[in-house]
Design a protein around this ligand. Sequence first.
Ligand code: TRP
Length: 74
Amino acid sequence: MVNQSDYVVIKALENGVNVIGLTRGTDTRFHHSEKLDAGEVMIAQFTEHTSAIKVRGRAEIWTNVGQLKSGDDE
Ligand code: TRP
């Protein structure tokens, strides 16, 4: 049984931020890409299908291990 309780919150700080879901299992590949514009928020979970999440662009990210910013700082 996969733990589906962990949420990841991503708030885009610029237009065109990509939130990419990577597959769980032996084959690690992109399975979904979501484009966020500035101010948009995505709330996602790790699931049976998603073992990793990649963020491209400037965004604020909250996870159970802390908060950080992705992308260029200035
Ligand atoms: N169908 C995907 C899943 O159930 C949806 C999803 C969940 C997702 N978390 C994600 C897509 C994170 C991209 C990023 O796993």
